[in-house]
Each structure stands twice: as C-alpha cells, then as structure tokens.
Design a protein around this ligand. Structure first.
Ligand code: NIG
Ligand code: FE
Length: 407
C-alpha cells in the first residue's frame, strides 16, 4: 500500500545512515525538515523532503495539518507480560515499607511469579495484547518484553511462548528476553547456585531449542544475584548466541557495569546508583547505557545520571521498564519529560535516547529509529499544540501522540 503524508509541519529525526549510536554532543543533534512530505510504499519510507518538492503521485494522500511527524518511540526494556497489578504493595509502600522490605517478605517479583503460575497461556496473552494496544497508542513502535515472572522451567517457557504469540500478532516488532535469573524462588533460597544451574543447564537449552528468546537478562543486585551469577548468565547466553541486556545498579554499585561491558553486554539497564568506575567503563563502550526514569519516579529512588552519562561519552538510551512492581506506566512521553526535568537532558537528547539510540538497544537500527530511506514507516504524529520537541517534554503527564502509523 502507498501513502503520501503531506503538509507535515516538522519531519523530525532524519538520518542518512544508522551505523553507530549517538554519543556526546551528537546526542543533541536532531535533523528536521520543515514543511515536508513523506512517501510510504509497502510499509517502508521510500522518499521524503520539502513539501514544495513533493512528486506528483497517484496515491492516497494524508494531510498532516502542519503537525510534527516523528519516528516511533522504541521501548527496549519492559515486563509487559504479567498476571496482575501489585497496587496492594504500593499501598504498603505508601504506609512506609520499602520496595526491598516488601520483596523480603515474599512480595515483589515472587508475588508476581505466584500469580503468573495460576494463569493459562491464553489468559496471559489476552491481557498482554490489551496492554500492547495501549502502548501503541502512546507512540511505541517496537517493544522488548522480558520473562522473569515464571522462575520455574515450565512457567518461564509459558511466558516466552506468550511473547512468541505476541510477536506474530502485535503489529510492531517485538523482542523477547529470557530473565530466568530475576529473583531466587523460595525453593532455592539456600542454594543460589543450584538455581543458576537450572537457568543455564535446563531452561536455557529448552528456550534456545524453541527459539523463544532474542536476549538474556539477570537482576544483578544485593539480595538477588551477584557478579559470579552475572558472569555465568552472560556466558551461558553466548553459547546460544543470545546477547545480554542486564538489570544492574538499581540500588547499589559493586562492579556489575564494568564486568557486563567487558563481557560484551548489549546494554546495562537501570544505573540509578553509579560510581566513577561505572562511568569510565561506559565511555566509548559498545555497551549501551539505559535509563528508566518512570521506575525512579514511582519508587522514589535516584534518577540515573543521564546528563553525566552523556557528558562522559556513554551511548544513552531511555526506556519505560513497564512492570507491575516498579513502573506501572509505559508512557514514553512522560519518560521523555522526566529525562529533561530530572536527568537534565535536552529534549533533543531525550528524543534520540527514545528513538535512534533505542533502536540499537534492540538491534533494530536497520529498520527503525529514524526517518531514513528504506526504514519501516512506524511513525507518530503529535497533537497540534506540540510544534517543537520541547513541547513533548513541556506538556508532561499527557500522551502527546495523536496518531500513529504502523508500516
Ligand atoms: O526492572 N528490578 C528488577 N526488575 C524489575 C521490577 C520487577 C518487579 O518489581 O516486578 C525492574 O524494576
Ligand atoms: Fe526491569
């Protein structure tokens, strides 16, 4: 199908090539064409430029009425498949209990795992698809989804099979991440190594045989998994050609960032607590630094130091961390705004972190992340009152995306 977008007020996020993620001063650069057109053929961007130069084509036209057109957001870190909300834990937090205290008393990830064990694949799928419909309305045009609320071989496989079904029906590119090492199940509470053995020697081979995962992940944190576990998980993933995207430095810093980047992780995610050696490890590293501002807001923990990460040469990405415990929001307009007000990014930097750079975090840079000839036409059109990137950050809390175009 052909579609010609006319009368685009600003066509934002144009690139000529997508070889490398942006870092440093380049993160603030966003190429824009005012008064533009864009031609979509068979789902791909085939040409664009000044509206006054638009070729005469016998195809359906769509009048953008002077609004902004941008490449879709890419959400490279979510836990979109889950069984139930955890608002009762939120109530406990408001009464003074901490996220860690709730987890230690059997809540948190283990609570989500207990609930997920009771639901069928169909039930999980139906709930997740409804969530994804909402996610897409917010402008997200590609999504990563993790397992990790299973924590047994059977239930981890169940989650990943649900994600596989989502891949074929969601209408946007989906990547699956195996997060068996998300928390230690009660049955293994005195033998962490036995659980890591199960993850690496039983779950992973079965998952690989069914082709259920694109990436591997671990929650490396005090009270969860340590540096030895991190090494084992990353190396086990390598045996099956699964790159690592890992949860690190959410509550503490003890060497996970330098280790993960040395072992070739695709991304290190969270980064709320950072030391100088962590920054140093990410400078010019191929490992992407992923900040999750919605999680920081909701848990009232520090925001990842986005400004310093960019200034020190890390390739910075933003994502939602959508999940029922630490970030029950997938609103990436809000994430963009928080990155500006709380991480001290420019709106241009936050936009690049959610689009162009985010495409590298899912290895989709050849297909998505910018307005470029040959890329898939997953686009978003903003509301009238948003005429500049800064307006996306300014109208915080509101979904600023009025329409989306998927291929
Ligand atoms: O990214 N930190 C680990 N995992 C998730 C939260 C999981 C949960 O609370 O359910 C996160 O914040
Ligand atoms: Fe997460």
């Amino acid at each position: 199908m052909d579609l010609l977008l006319r009368n685009i007020g600003k066509l934002v996020g144009v690139t000529e090539e997508s070889a490398q993620p942006k870092r440093g001063a380049l993160m603030a650069e966003v190429q824009t064409i005012s008064q533009a057109y864009l031609h979509i053929q068979d789902g791909l961007i085939v040409s664009f430029g000044k509206d006054s130069d638009c070729p005469k084509l016998e195809v359906e036209e769509f009048d953008c009425r002077g609004r902004m057109v941008l490449p879709s957001f890419i959400d490279s870190h979510t836990h979109t498949v889950f069984a139930a909300a955890r608002s009762s834990e939120f109530q406990l937090r408001l009464e003074g209990k901490s996220y860690q205290e709730i987890a230690e008393s059997g809540g948190g990830i283990l609570n989500s795992a207990n609930k997920l064990a009771e639901l069928s694949e169909d039930e999980l799928y139906n709930e997740a698809i409804l969530r994804i419909q909402e996610i897409v309305k917010g402008g997200t045009g590609a999504l990563e989804i993790k397992s990790g609320y299973g924590l047994t071989t059977e239930t981890e496989l169940k989650m990943l099979r649900v994600i596989k079904r989502i891949k074929s029906s969601a209408g946007i590119p989906i990547k699956a991440t195996f997060l068996g090492a998300h928390a230690l199940p009660a049955a293994y509470k005195d033998d962490r190594q036995a659980y890591i053995n199960l993850v690496c020697n039983e779950m992973l081979p079965l998952i690989a045989r069914e082709g259920l995962a694109d990436y591997i992940d671990i929650f490396c944190e005090e009270g969860y998994f340590d540096l030895i576990d991190l090494t084992r998980i990353i190396q086990a993933g390598q045996n099956y050609k699964l790159r690592a995207k890992v949860h690190v430095n959410q509550f503490s810093s003890f060497g996970a960032v330098p280790l993960a980047s040395k072992l070739g992780a695709l991304s290190v995610d969270h980064l709320e607590v950072m030391t100088e050696s962590d920054f140093k490890a990410l400078k010019n590293s191929n490992t992407l630094a992923v900040g999750l501002p919605l999680c920081s807001l909701f848990l009232d923990i520090p925001f990842a130091p986005g400004r310093k990460l960019i200034d020190e040469g890390a390739a910075f990405v933003l994502a939602s961390d959508f999940n029922p415990g630490s970030s029950p929001s997938h609103n990436l307009s809000q994430a963009l705004s928080l990155a500006c007000t709380q991480m001290k990014l420019l709106p241009q930097e936050a936009f690049n972190a959610l689009t162009y750079n985010a495409s590298f975090a899912l290895q989709l840079q050849d297909q998505l992340g910018s307005i470029q000839i040959g890329k898939r036409a997953n686009l978003m059109i903003t509301k009238d009152k948003s005429t500049e990137l800064v307006d996306l950050a300014y109208w915080f809390g509101e979904n600023m995306i009025e329409q989306v175009i998927l291929a």
